[in-house]
Design a protein. Structure first.
Length: 185
């Protein structure tokens, strides 16, 4: 039996450079509660500290650091009230490890299964017209497509229903997300 879904906690996932963060930032600007992507924060912190918890240095350590950040983020949001939008969720860590060809540790598997979000998860599809690399996003577009495919396989394995975001303006994506009803079941 699956643990109870938490309809207040909503995930936006997909490959890098597909507009997830822009959507999350626009949701925040419209007054919605949001949680930023753990991976970007880990990369910034590790670069500043000269650490090895980076996807291009030690992928397993990077995943562990994302897990710690995402566990805190989930706990804080679950303890609060109101709807919270997440730039990626705990299952993303399992998808990342799968993408890297690394085993999924029991602690990641358990967190992804037991700490739940709304059953409906929004997927940002690969979108070459908006894709760009930056200081924290070093993946190329081919890896962005592979990441999308990994998330498309991972989330349903944990009982989630994927809803693809339209390739549309940020404002249209915000309206789409805010008007979408949760999946039943």
């Amino acid at each position: 039996m699956m643990p109870q879904e938490n309809d207040r906690l909503i995930v936006v996932t997909g490959g890098p450079g597909a507009g997830k963060t822009s959507l999350i930032e626009a949701l925040a600007a419209s007054g919605q509660a949001v949680r930023p992507e753990a991976g970007r924060a880990v990369i910034r912190d590790q670069q500043a500290a000269g650490g090895r918890g980076l996807p291009w240095a030690d992928r397993a350590l990077f995943a562990d650091m994302m897990l710690a950040a995402d566990l805190r983020s989930h706990a804080e949001a679950a303890a609060g009230g109101g709807t919270v939008f997440f730039d990626r969720g705990l299952p993303d860590i399992a998808g990342y490890l799968t993408l890297c060809g690394l085993p999924i540790p029991d602690r990641v598997e358990r967190a992804a299964r037991e700490l739940r979000y709304r059953r409906t998860v929004f997927m940002a599809p690969p979108w070459p017209e908006i894709f760009a690399q930056d200081a924290e996003r070093k993946q190329d577009f081919a890896e962005a497509e592979r990441t999308y495919a990994a998330m498309a396989e991972t989330y349903p394995r944990y009982g989630y229903v994927l809803v693809e975001l339209p390739r549309a303006s940020v404002a249209e994506r915000v309206a789409f997300v805010l008007s979408h009803r949760p999946a039943s079941g």
